[in-house]
Ligand binder design. Structure first.
Ligand SMILES: C[S@@+](CC[C@H](N)C(=O)[O-])C[C@H]1O[C@@H](n2cnc3c(N)ncnc32)[C@H](O)[C@@H]1O
Length: 238
């Protein structure tokens, strides 16, 4: 392991707004912050917004600078990437931003019913091959999981360069009757100068440099009916 990575891991241990649970402790059991993020992490009752697979946390940082009346929590498994976001929010005293190092597969160990208002999923690994659906962060299984802790009518944002992931998630939302608030296969061709949609993540900048087009989808998760996979869409992804 590189020296740089080791020094980031060491510094990660000193940050007050980075939670790094041991995987075995949260694999089957609830974390002590479940149901207590408002009081024990943020010290207020403002809405909590998650960024899943946040990497260096550009959205968590950008949104926390912009919306002082909301709390933001970036989640990723990679500690060296998280270090960047934690360092910036610490240096800028952004007390409405925090980070969690964990696998999103065990996310239900961290949040209780209605604890979260919104979810951003920023440039996730598309995981479109057959057999990878268990890792696709917008699959029906993950969305049903998120619904356990999202407020009714909670919003999900998906920003991705991968048009197939965009179409798959849009089809999933449509076929399950989830209200689509905005869907575009060319974000910057459709919306310009938006301070929030215009936040560029590390991966996004790499895709833009290669001349790729960025897609964006925003939809609501409502109701109690289990969310199901879109019919026939798997075949289109093969
Ligand atoms: C392609 S990168 C995007 C990072 C960042 N959102 C960006 O746009 O620059 C995908 C990120 O998701 C994280 N990730 C993928 N699957 C995950 C999982 N199951 N649990 C936690 N993090 C995950 C990876 O560690 C990686 O940092």
């Amino acid at each position: 392991m590189g020296k740089n990575k080791l020094s980031k891991f060491k510094e990660n241990l000193t940050f007050k707004n980075l939670v790094q649970p041991v995987f075995d402790d949260v694999f089957r059991n609830d974390h002590e912050l479940k149901g207590k993020w408002h009081t024990n992490m943020f010290g207020n009752s403002n809405p909590i917004v998650l960024e899943l697979g946040c990497g260096k946390g550009e959205y968590t940082v950008g949104l926390s600078r912009h919306f002082k009346d909301k709390n933001f929590l970036g989640i990723d498994i990679k500690g060296a990437r998280l270090w960047r976001g934690v360092k910036t929010t610490t240096e800028e005293n952004l007390s409405n931003a925090a980070f969690l190092r964990t696998r999103i597969e065990v996310i239900k160990s961290f949040f209780s019913c209605e604890e979260v208002s919104e979810i951003w999923i920023t440039f996730p690994d598309p995981q479109l091959k057959t057999g990878r659906i268990k890792k696709r962060l917008t699959s029906s299984e993950f969305l049903n999981n998120y619904r356990n802790f999202l407020k009714a009518g909670g919003i999900v944002h998906l920003k991705t360069d991968n048009v197939n992931l965009h179409r798959y998630t849009k089809a999933l939302a449509q076929e399950n009757g989830l209200e689509i608030l905005l869907a575009t296969e060319d974000l910057y061709g459709t919306v310009s100068d938006d301070p929030i949609l215009g936040i560029r993540t590390y991966y996004e900048l790499m895709f833009l440099e290669k001349g790729m087009t960025i897609t964006y989808l925003r939809f609501k998760i409502d109701g109690t009916k289990p969310i199901e996979e879109p019919i026939h869409f798997e075949e289109q992804l093969l």
